[in-house]
Design a protein around this ligand. Structure first.
Ligand code: IPE
Ligand code: MG
Length: 232
């Protein structure tokens, strides 16, 4: 979700207004995902590198996160959405940590959209954290372990790998988001700034995805073969 600051600046407004508008974009995007039948939506809200921003912007983002949880949790729950936060939450203040775990507990048994918010998250952190946690549980794996051993310890260990990655705001980088999980994900970059992102922009991204051929290392002909077999 990139481009909040630039969106605000272009309108001669303070950056924080862009963040505020960004919450609205998230609300619209969640609704659109539910309507379109998307099962998993994972958004990058705050990276482990974002602490380097000016202190007042960081504290605004933290209070916005808190307010979002307070205001939206009832409707998230009412819409059967399961909410999960990934990232190192130990750096958040106690109130925020409590609000996060309350929201997760409340929505844990919901069966609709799985909405994951990455906050103080980094892809390398995720992998390192998983390795440490796995070895704590299974010291015998230190000598040798497989991807399947590690999988359940990753933040998104219980989710399928993402089909589509969308980065708004014109930058063409992954910026340490879900490095492990994105191995075969289709990447989509748009100049649209996050506060201007909405249903239409999401539909364009999905339409682009629908024109891609996902080979997972195979050849086009092999894929055509499997399709033929399937419909033979
Ligand atoms: C994304 O918008 C929101 C966060 C990283 C919290 P930015 O704040 O990065 O906006 P730009 O990139 O400065 O426009
Ligand atoms: Mg940015």
């Amino acid at each position: 979700m990139d481009g909040n600051g630039r969106w605000a600046k272009r309108r001669f407004m303070p950056r924080i207004m862009g963040h505020q508008r960004g919450v609205e974009s998230l609300r619209v995007t969640v609704k659109a995902c539910r309507d379109l039948g998307v099962e998993y939506l994972t958004v990058f809200a705050f990276s482990s590198e974002n602490w380097r921003r000016p202190a007042d912007e960081v504290s605004f983002l933290m209070s916005l996160f808190m307010k979002m949880l307070e205001r939206e949790v009832a409707s998230i729950h009412g819409n059967n959405i399961r909410l999960k936060i990934i990232g190192d939450r130990s750096h958040f203040d106690d109130n925020l940590q409590r609000a996060i775990s309350d929201a997760e507990t409340l929505t844990a048994n919901n069966t609709g959209l799985m909405l994951t918010i990455a906050a103080n998250y980094g892809g390398r952190w995720d992998v390192m954290h998983a390795v440490h946690a796995m070895l704590r549980d299974h010291p015998e794996l230190a000598a040798s372990f497989t991807e399947a051993d590690l999988q359940p310890y990753l933040s998104m260990g219980d989710a399928p790998e993402p089909d589509l990655f969308i980065r708004t705001g014109g930058e063409k980088r992954i910026s340490n988001f879900m490095l492990w999980q994105l191995a075969y994900t289709e990447l989509y970059f748009t100049d649209t700034l996050w506060p201007a992102f909405g249903r239409r922009a999401l539909e364009l991204a999905i339409a682009s995805y629908q024109h891609r051929e996902r080979r997972f290392g195979r050849t086009s002909d092999q894929l055509a073969g499997t399709v033929k077999e399937r419909y033979a």
